[in-house]
Design a protein around this ligand. Structure first.
Ligand SMILES: [Ca+2]
Ligand SMILES: [Ca+2]
Ligand SMILES: [Ca+2]
Length: 220
């Protein structure tokens, strides 16, 4: 018969092994944290006066084709323009092995340019400044193409012209000194490592292109 002391040591060793095994199994089965999908890498451009980024929230990874407002959010507290020029915002994407994830980008926009805006424009692409190049058709990065089944907000503008990678908000005035919250959907594919949202106001009304060039919808 083994001494009692030896048996107790064996039981303690076995318990330790079980605890370690449980810990390892827990690590293996824990899903990727949603916060790993994207990171905000910064804003730049001639229009930029100041910016305050809030957070990224991704509770529903891989939810492309989501109908309605996606629970995944990119939140900008405020972005101020002091010049009528563009601002590039860059987001990092991590491949977690799922299809495209649909986000809604919510941002406070302040007009500190001294001029009233007649239109507001957005384009998806890659890179910044002179190195910016547009997203292409069918690359998975888009403004909720092809179904456009999620809401957006661009008040005081009253109509939006859509392309897969462009949006033009028209039919309203953003007075100098005013602040509005814009929101819109973005589909983010797992095949890229980062992307850019370029936005710029303009002060001369731009006519809506014909229906053959884009999809025109009334404001939600
Ligand atoms: Ca959608
Ligand atoms: Ca695209
Ligand atoms: Ca979508």
């Amino acid at each position: 018969m083994r001494p009692l002391r030896t048996s107790l040591l064996s039981i303690r060793s076995l318990s330790t092994v079980i605890v370690v095994l449980v810990a390892v199994v827990s690590l293996v089965v824990t899903p990727s944290q949603a916060q790993e999908v994207t990171a905000f890498l910064g804003a730049s451009g001639p229009g930029l006066a100041s910016m305050s980024f809030n957070n990224i929230s991704t509770p529903d990874v891989g939810n492309d084709n989501f109908v309605g407002t996606s629970p995944n959010q990119l939140n900008v507290n405020q972005k101020a323009y002091d010049t009528v020029g563009y601002i590039d915002m860059v987001f990092q994407v991590s491949d977690v092995g799922v299809p495209a994830t649909e986000y809604v980008l919510n941002e406070g926009v302040a007009n500190s340019t001294g001029e009233d805006w007649s239109d507001y424009h957005l384009e998806l692409g890659f890179g910044t400044g002179a190195g910016f190049y547009p997203s292409t058709a069918g690359d998975g990065l888009d403004f909720d193409s092809p179904d456009y089944d999620s809401p957006y907000t661009f008040a005081p503008f009253t109509s939006i012209t859509f392309g897969e990678d462009t949006m033009d908000a028209i039919g309203g005035i953003v007075p100098s000194g005013s602040f509005y919250v814009f929101s819109f959907p973005i589909d983010v594919p797992e095949t890229i490592t980062e992307f850019t949202v370029r936005q710029w106001p303009s002060v001369s009304p731009v006519a809506a292109p014909s229906a053959s060039f884009g999809k025109v919808k009334s404001q939600y």
